[in-house]
Design a protein around this ligand. Sequence first.
Ligand SMILES: O=C1O[C@H](COP(=O)(O)O)[C@@H](O)[C@H](O)[C@H]1O
Length: 263
Amino acid sequence: MSTPVVVVHADQQSLAEAVAAKLVTRIAEAQAQRGSASIVVTGGGVGTAVLAALNGARNRGSVDWRRLDVWWGDERFLPAGDPERNETGARQALLDHVDLDPSRVHAMPATDGPDGDDAEAAAGRYAAELAAAARAEGADGGAGLPTFDVLMLGVGPDAHVASLFPKMFDPSEERTVVPVHDSPKPPPTRISLTMSAIRTAREVWILAAGESKAQAVGLGLSPAADPLEAPVAGARGAEQTLFLLDAAAAGGLPPGVAGSDAP
Ligand SMILES: O=C1O[C@H](COP(=O)(O)O)[C@@H](O)[C@H](O)[C@H]1O
């Protein structure tokens, strides 16, 4: 697993614009190398701001949108189109404005989908979709997951990532997708990638802005933190882990961890 690198931007808007530009570069690189690219998007304030910035990015023409797979790290289990769904925010910010192949936009199921409000079945359905993509890629080592070039995660003030909340998940869960019940943050029912699935991504980018995230970010970078109590501390990419922060979220870095200021 990779050791985190911390990059600090002045404020949330500069952070979102810098992450969007970087994402274009990573997608274009993956498409040049493999013919296609795959990203995992996140809900929440910064995650959605990044997608909106991507829509307005000057270099967005470098992406071949038809050869991009879009997956979600987690979803609030609500009806399709509900404003609280992460999918709804992502569509409004970016996905409805670019020429994606609809069959490559892999939204997590909604409560008015084929499984109704059965979150277990919905999680299983998403796991099956991931496994099918892994098989189609022909590079599935048995994990049941396709290549994720970049997996983005927001972080809650309680240090949760995706919908993996402190002391409420199994760090060694072998499934790739799980239902989440009794979430401390509304809505109570969610669907989430597991920690083992997150850790297969080539690059994990943790995005945080604002003072309310400083403590969680500090825990996420502390070698002593227990990932069960601070899930962000367990979120690492196979090749690279980036903590992409604004100055306020970088206010509680642990001793010995330096953030480099973005140019
Ligand atoms: O509920 C969620 O919260 C986190 C963090 O959101 P934020 O607004 O505090 O940045 C988000 O990453 C996750 O996808 C979402 O379901």
